[in-house]
Write a protein that binds this ligand. Structure first.
Ligand SMILES: NC(=O)C1=CN([C@@H]2O[C@H](COP(=O)(O)OP(=O)(O)OC[C@H]3O[C@@H](n4cnc5c(N)ncnc54)[C@H](OP(=O)(O)O)[C@@H]3O)[C@@H](O)[C@H]2O)C=CC1
Length: 754
């Protein structure tokens, strides 16, 4: 090669690396380059710097300029911000690799595991303008000269993975292929793989739609049956093939004649079709069930989509004929020599699937304890939100989530309290499903991992830490928290000592009769309670009195009902700790005015507890009111709901923290969470929520409701209903049916690989 120094083999190796066209080749040439330059790729902190120093080659320099520009962004703080963070990324799909790059730029040690040992996906992805800009910034064109030339706005998954793999390796990411992550117990396969020794404090799953790690919950959202077919034909790159125009999306309502002719000529009935010319000739179409049955592609009609499209019910040869016929016709019979490309299994690359059903994780992050240490977990890509093909959102939202995840890891690396890290991530996650090319910021050059550069109207605090207690484990064993509990106990003992029938020995049983709580209140507000009037046996009354006073005077809501407190076999220690902590903090604002004791107790338990993530679910959502001299004697019979702002969404009754569950931003009793139609108890991971009616349904009735709501006179009405149920809010606001029809149908499959 003319451009390289013939005396320097590293230049040739570098060229080979840049031009490699398979995953294996990239890994091999990279390893040879490292070997030649005497670089250890595991030396992640200085690998990139040393590589730049040792590879004095103008072609490489052009690449460094691009990567340096990105790396110098202030968000990364010169790669120091996550210097102590160790991240395991599962999946070397486009989203896993894109995330890995950002984590490496933050200075983290990053290991990627991928169970496949080759990149074999021919399907073509539509790229939103910002993703094109982003990939250009990562020197995509240096690795793939044809990247988005002219008006092209798509790329094959395989090619995209190759680009991202190369950038990842250059930035010091360790990528292992042919390794499967088997879960926390079984860890890796093969089980003796060296990556099994990697100790990490951040785990990012980018394993695609089928891999969701333990701890994350999914929502399944169903729309109208829609059957997608993808197929790839070999691109021989002949002049005749070059002449054939791409179809960036043709929908039935715009070209009735085209679809009618296709039906007449071939018996193929489609809603729409897209054709992209890339490494392959790639087609994606939505086919009507009736024509698939008629053409013998689907053998038997079933109402269940899984059964309908199950392997046993599909005639593969008929499917090939169907796909071939549609592709041939739609390109005006001008594509010569149409041979199917092969998929990773060596079979003709044709797939038929149901894209009616979408999955979406309820949360994008959580914290777990693993091997005695805190582990931050996050989801990106299809395992976070399965893309709705007709909107072509896969990569665009996948990359946004990758940046958001990197922002989360940055906060983690900076030592932000765990609950706050998760709360911020979840606040940002709320925006993802509503993002469109139109409503993201347009200044692409300013895009960074900081969400404010990309989303309009970001509120990093829209979800509060106290709503996320289930995502962050409680640590009651840490030495500091044990100390804090003892200190709290001591404070309680100090301020209840000397009261008749009160002996505080612990933070649970000693409080059952309610007398200890009343004594605590009496110490600080003696005129609120006449202790002599209380009977030890009347524990429900005593507890109710104490709870009402504490809520009315201090704004501290009870965590449990008075009767449960009196009769429940077990009193939850941590709940009590946090309840008493709030009382402590509220009373600590002031010293006792009179009563048996003077002086305040200990310092802030909450701080210690927060430090150890003893979560804030029990903390009052309003600031605790400072104690003021009461004007009136509170009524001991005060209704527990009278000051209640935590009502069950279903029954309207008070829902105590300990008995409540929440989803869709609503709080309710576990027992009230039932299907609106049949009363079956619902599970958090399996229900349908209608945004129209605000009601919850079981799987069976979600379909019936959907059918009922479908108006036969306005067919797209169902799509509107479905889209709104999938929280694509901009669509539901469009009043004009025609406009909706246009949006749904033109977008459908325009960007289909999504
Ligand atoms: N057919 C298509 O057209 C597809 C398109 N895409 C596009 O790519 C976009 C981004 O996808 P992305 O989220 O990155 O997901 P991908 O599916 O592209 O990548 C995930 C990778 O992780 C691998 N994986 C899954 N489980 C494990 C495991 N336990 N251990 C190790 N590796 C594992 C998967 O292998 P395996 O696949 O063998 O499970 C896959 O190679 C999508 O939104 C979509 O646009 C993605 C997938 C398919």
């Amino acid at each position: 090669m003319v451009n390289q120094d013939p005396t320097n083999p590293s230049h040739a190796l570098f060229d080979q690396f840049v031009q490699s066209q398979t995953c294996k080749e990239v890994q091999r040439t990279f390893s040879e380059l490292c070997h030649h330059l005497q670089l250890d790729p595991r030396d992640y902190q200085s690998f990139y710097t040393k590589l730049k120093e040792r590879l004095n080659y103008w072609k490489a320099k052009a690449l460094w300029i691009k990567l340096d520009k990105r790396a110098q962004h202030q968000d990364y703080q010169q790669g120091k911000v996550c210097a102590k963070t160790k991240c395991l990324v599962l999946g070397a799909g486009p989203c896993g690799l894109r995330t890995a790059i950002e984590l490496a730029l933050l200075g983290a040690q990053v290991v990627v595991l991928e169970k496949r040992d080759s990149f074999s996906r021919n399907n073509v992805l539509h790229l939103w303008p910002y993703t094109i800009y982003d990939l250009r910034g990562l020197a995509a064109k240096k690795f793939y000269g044809k990247f988005c030339t002219g008006a092209l706005d798509h790329i094959s998954i395989r090619q995209l993975q190759l680009i991202l793999l190369k950038v990842s390796l250059l930035l010091g990411v360790e990528v292992h292929t042919g390794v499967e992550f088997k879960g926390w117990m079984a860890e890796l396969f093969p089980d003796d793989h060296p990556a099994g020794k990697f100790q990490f404090d951040v785990f990012i799953s980018a394993g695609g739609g089928r891999f969701v790690p333990d701890g994350f919950r999914w929502k399944e959202l169903r729309g109208k049956l829609a059957i997608g077919i993808t197929c790839n034909f070999i691109n021989h790159h002949s002049a005749a093939e070059a002449q054939v125009a791409e179809i960036s999306g043709v929908a039935r309502i715009y070209n009735q004649k085209f679809f009618q002719d296709l039906l007449t000529e071939k018996g193929i009935d489609l809603e729409n079709i897209v054709y992209y010319k890339d490494a392959t000739h790639y087609f994606v179409m939505t086919a009507k069930k009736k024509s698939l049955l008629k053409m013998g592609v689907i053998k038997q009609d079933f109402s269940d989509a899984n059964q309908l499209l199950g392997q046993a019910n599909v005639d593969q040869d008929a499917l090939l004929r169907y796909a071939h016929g549609a592709a041939h016709f739609s390109t005006g019979h001008r594509l010569p020599n149409m041979q199917f490309a092969l998929n990773h299994a060596g079979q003709p690359d044709v797939a038929m699937f149901d894209f009616t059903c979408m999955h979406r994780a309820e949360n994008a992050s959580l914290v777990r304890e693993r091997k005695g240490k805190k582990l931050l977990m996050g989801l990106v890509g299809d395992c976070l939100v399965e893309p709705f093909w007709p909107l072509g959102t896969g990569i665009a939202r996948g990359f946004l989530a990758a940046f958001d995840t990197a922002w989360m890891v940055r906060s983690w690396g900076k030592g932000k309290p765990h609950l706050e890290v998760v709360a911020e991530r979840e606040s940002i996650y709320q925006l993802l499903s509503q993002t469109t090319p139109e409503n993201i910021n347009k200044n692409y050059s300013a895009f960074s991992i900081d969400p404010a550069t990309r989303y309009q109207h970001v509120n990093l605090n829209s979800i509060k830490a106290n709503q996320l207690q289930h995502l962050v484990p409680m640590c009651v064993h840490g030495p500091d928290s044990v100390g804090a509990f003892e200190e709290l106990l001591k404070w309680c003992q100090q301020h209840t000592a000397g009261y008749d029938r009160v002996k505080v020995k612990d933070l649970t049983q000693s409080w059952r009769s309610g007398l200890a709580l009343c004594a605590l209140i009496n110490t600080f507000r003696p005129h609120l309670i006449d202790m002599s009037s209380l009977k030890e046996s009347d524990s429900v009354h005593n507890n109710q009195l104490a709870f009402s006073l504490l809520e009315g005077e201090l704004g501290i809501p009870p965590i449990i009902s008075a009767s449960d407190m009196a009769t429940k076999e077990q009193i939850d220690k941590l709940s009590m700790v946090l309840y008493l902590t709030q009382i402590h903090d509220a009373f600590n604002e002031r010293t006792p005015t009179s009563g048996k004791h003077q002086g305040n107790g200990c310092h802030t338990f909450i701080e210690v507890l927060f430090k150890y993530d003893c979560c804030s679910q029990f903390l009052c959502s309003q600031p605790v009111a400072p104690l003021s001299a009461p004007e009136v004697t509170p009524d001991p019979e005060l209704s527990p709901t009278s000051m209640n702002n935590e009502e069950c969404y279903f029954c309207g009754q008070r829902v105590f923290v300990l008995e409540r569950i929440s989803t869709e931003g609503k709080f309710f009793h576990r027992s009230c969470f039932t299907c609106q139609q049949c009363g079956t108890t619902l599970r958090l991971g399996r229900y349908t929520f209608s945004q129209h009616t605000g009601k919850f349904y079981c799987e069976l009735h979600s379909e019936q409701i959907e059918n009922k709501e479908q108006s036969p006179s306005v067919k797209v009405g169902l799509s509107v209903l479905s889209l709104s149920r999938w929280e694509m809010k901009p669509f539901c606001c469009i009043p004009c049916c025609q406009l909706v029809a246009q949006l749904v149908c033109t977008e459908q499959l325009r960007t289909a690989s999504g």
